[in-house]
Design a protein around this ligand. Structure first.
Ligand code: ADP
Ligand code: ZN
Ligand code: ZN
Length: 798
């Protein structure tokens, strides 16, 4: 029996795969997807069993030394997926696997010693040592196969002899991985069987802390274990648990909510998708429905049917904040055979979820991007909600897009891929137009809910009329009306601090970060200028460093400024802010979201985050404070992104019984993104956008590969980039197929974290050709010791 083993070298771009013989005693235990210890040259390495093969032509093979896992940690499908990813994204399979397998599964549980030579070969060498201790140890190793390292130390009375044995290639130190149970994580507290409200006054007097906990649970029903444990002392919690006044359990054990009666559009979509899953063949669908049209209900009912077929489901959502809401919805309908994977989990939590999936305790995996690798064997359906979100693309190595990986995975496992969106990416809608995706539409909002009324305010006119506030008269008036009626408002800005830059009114200089050359954002709390890329802080400058003028002005608005303005203008309003500043800890964002849901916040100010997916029924007004900042980014997707974001933000209004309204403030009311968004007209926007893409030969009419060369010295980065550019031109000169080579030139973010960045953009229609160029560049980059990143299908050009 022979096995192909991928040696885990930890290199970004190259893999080494060798064939090893499986010794008889391992033959019954070894499985594809296990980690093994193998000899390599004079030393030994760990590797993954990729597949079993017939004996190849070569005569002699080395043997696998040892299995390092009891059970495979990778499924065959995931291995195939990793091989495809390595090919497509021009990197090594090993690197992909390293990002697929949770870090905690890459730690060994214990270290032990194994023999590298068998008794017949080794006994003479060992005897030549003339040392009984060594002989004893080796004999034990040959008999037992492994010895704990600590035990070996004891037998050899220290480490010196052990080192010698290792150097001579007689033994190897290795370890054992394994799945073990850890603290279970997705747990909640509830009031327990011994809770009695009559005891409360007593508890309040005797143990005020415990009383706090109980009161909190009484109000909220359930509280996440982590949240509660962080807020209260361990002893109070333990004491209440001991007395049975509170209990801890896994999130919602059984479905508590009933399916809704689907509308005819929903019914149609549910029918089509479930019958596709039932047919057991690879298929792709796009569920295109305006916000509030009941896409989530379609997901839920399809999932129920797929689970009834005894198949498994994966649901991918754009980010943690949204995951929380989805978790709640799914767990109240689907029950407990569910695992959750997202970047907010600790290593231990992630490990536990992965373990449950591997051991088949789970039918439904819900998570962010990386959940696409969850080792589900019997996958029937993959859902990607808000498929257009750029968070599905990993922006560091390996730079994969979860949608593309999911598509490949669905194909490998004969599953159905279902994408959902109100504003699909132009690429996806194009695929639906040409028939690659089955298009399913939900054209109406549920019930009597009307789409929100949208209005544009021309900020140039406001300025002319002497209104210097960040709120137009209209927006201010509308906010006031909402507050009087006790309804909620969301104020949205596209990017935190982005517009709070400091500019010289006389010469136009914008203060930028000396390390990153991006505009610095002024923060009131620190009174300093912050760089949001390298996170450095710089003192505010009173005079212009270029012309010496004293008219240095803080311009524009950040979420903080908007928050302050609201508080100043409407002192009685309860205001909260949700952006990456306030959500460093997952708890604070959750608390804000929950307070908003309960109606304890009147005005929520935030960035992208508030535009996405939330279902707050009390919100009747959404104000877009300044649309311009997103329209003007140097990227061919800027318009698409603005349109999506604005429509999504609008979708937050009027989800309850009261109609919603949206006000967009802008200096460019004529842009096509603005024009169509106020009519809720995605198809018209798409038609204009796809014409532009076609005329410029941008995706979906081409593929892009972006090459970024970066170095601490500008000259080196530039020189390497030009050399690469020359090599690529030379390489492609003989080809008929046209590939546009753009650059090299400095990146928009020309300096990031003290590194100068230059880029080359390749644009072409022949995927294989582009990939081979990518591979060629990777080869080149191994010999030059300068950093070269290859980004396949880049989403951002900055
Ligand atoms: P989307 O995900 O498309 O934005 P949601 O799934 O959030 O829309 O649905 C919007 C609202 O409509 C939710 O409050 C949901 O409970 C409700 N809803 C969905 N489908 C139905 C239905 N068939 N009957 C009644 N209410 C529904
Ligand atoms: Zn100046
Ligand atoms: Zn910086």
């Amino acid at each position: 029996m022979y096995a192909e083993v991928l040696i885990n070298l930890g290199l970004a771009s190259v893999d080494r795969v060798y064939v090893y013989e499986v010794p008889l005693e391992l033959a019954s235990k070894i499985k594809v997807g296990m980690r093994v210890l193998v000899p390599l040259g004079k030393s030994h390495r760990e590797g993954y069993v990729l597949r079993f093969t017939d004996k190849p032509g070569v005569a002699r093979f080395k043997c696998i030394i040892k299995l390092l896992d009891d059970e495979p940690i990778l499924t065959e499908d995931i291995l195939k997926l990793a091989e495809w990813m390595a090919e497509y994204y021009v990197c090594s399979v090993g690197a992909v696997l390293n990002s697929v397998i949770p870090r905690s599964l890459r730690k060994k549980r214990k270290t032990c010693l194994v023999p590298l030579v068998d008794q017949a070969q080794g006994v003479a060498v060992v005897q030549a040592f003339g040392n009984d201790k060594v002989l004893d140890l080796m004999v034990r190793l040959w008999e037992e196969g492994e010895v704990d390292v600590k035990e070996a130390y004891r037998m050899l009375e220290g480490e010196v002899l052990l080192k010698t044995l290792e150097d001579k290639g007689l033994v190897a130190r290795t370890g054992r991985y394994g799945l073990y149970r850890t603290v279970s994580t997705q747990q909640v507290y509830e009031l327990g069987p011994k809770f009695a409200s009559t005891e409360l006054p007593h508890l309040e007097r005797r143990a005020p802390r415990q009383f706090e906990i109980v009161r909190w649970l009484y109000e909220r029903g359930q509280i996440g274990a982590q949240e509660l444990e962080e807020r209260f002392p361990r002893s109070s919690v333990a004491s209440l648990l001991g007395k049975g006044i509170i209990t801890k359990k896994r999130v919602t054990e059984s479905p508590s909510e009933q399916p809704l009666l689907p509308t005819s559009h929903q019914q149609n979509a549910i029918q089509v998708i479930s019958s596709l899953v039932n047919s057991g063949q690879f298929a792709r669908c796009l569920l295109f429905g305006v916000t509030g049209s009941g896409k989530t209900e379609v997901y839920l009912q399809v999932v129920e049917r797929v689970l009834a077929l005894r198949k498994q489901v994966m649901v991918l959502v754009p980010e943690i904040a949204l995951a929380q809401q989805m978790i709640r919805v799914f767990s109240s309908r689907v029950g407990s055979r569910m695992a959750v994977l997202h970047s907010g989990l600790s290593d231990a939590e992630r490990y536990e979820e992965y373990r449950r999936i591997l051991t088949g305790e789970v039918d439904l995996v819900l998570g962010a991007r990386s959940a696409v690798f969850a080792p589900l064997n019997n996958l029937g359906l993959i859902i990607i909600d808000e498929e257009q979100e750029y968070t599905f693309k990993q922006e560091n190595f390996p730079r994969y897009h979860a949608r593309e990986v999911a598509q490949r995975r669905a194909q490998l496992q004969n599953a159905v891929l279902l994408l959902g969106s109100a504003t699909p990416s132009v690429e996806t809608f194009y695929r639906a137009q040409i028939g690659d995706y089955k298009l399913l539409e939900l054209p109406e909002r549920i019930g009597s809910n009307m789409l929100p009324r949208m209005q544009v305010v021309d900020m140039r006119a406001e300025f002319k009329n002497g209104n210097r506030s960040i709120f137009s008269d209209l927006l201010r008036q509308k906010i006031g009306e909402r507050l009087d009626k006790g309804e909620q408002v969301i104020l949205f800005l596209n990017r935190r601090g982005f517009f709070t830059f400091v500019m010289c009114r006389e010469c136009g200089l914008v203060l930028t970060c000396p390390h990153c050359s991006v505009p610095l954002a002024y923060h009131r709390v620190t009174g300093k200028l912050h760089c949001h890329y390298c996170l450095s802080q710089i003192h505010h400058q009173e005079t212009c460093p270029r012309c010496g003028s004293v008219y240095m002005r803080k311009l524009g608005v950040g979420t903080q400024k908007v928050e302050e303005e609201v508080m100043k203008t409407f002192p009685r309003a309860r205001v909260a802010r949700l952006d990456t500043d306030t959500t460093h800890t997952k708890n604070s964002s959750r608390q804000i979201i929950e307070a908003m849901t309960r109606g304890e916040i009147d005005v929520l100010v935030g960035t992208q985050m508030v535009a996405k997916g939330f279902d707050f029924h009390g919100v009747t007004l959404v104000g877009v404070v300044l649309a311009d900042t997103m329209l003007n980014l140097p990227d061919f997707r800027a318009c698409e992104r603005s349109f999506q974001l604005l429509l999504q933000a609008a979708g937050r209004a009027g989800r309850g019984s009261n109609p919603g309204e949206v006000i967009i403030q802008t200096y460019q009311p004529d842009s096509h993104a603005i024009k169509y968004v106020i009519q809720h007209d995605y198809p018209s926007f798409y038609r204009q956008e796809i014409r532009f893409r076609k005329s410029m030969r941008y995706p979906p009419f081409s593929r892009l590969i972006r090459i970024i060369v970066s170095s601490a010295t500008e000259r080196r980065a530039e020189a390497t980039a030009s050399e690469l550019g020359r090599l690529i031109r030379e390489l492609l000169s003989g080809h008929d197929e046209s590939v546009d080579i753009l650059g090299p030139g400095p990146c928009y973010l020309a300096k990031l974290r003290d590194r100068y960045r230059f880029q080359i953009l390749l644009k072409g229609s022949n995927q294989d050709l582009l990939t081979s160029v990518g591979r060629y560049i990777i080869e080149k980059s191994r010999s030059s010791n300068i950093r070269i990143d290859v980004d396949v299908d880049p989403l951002f050009m900055m």
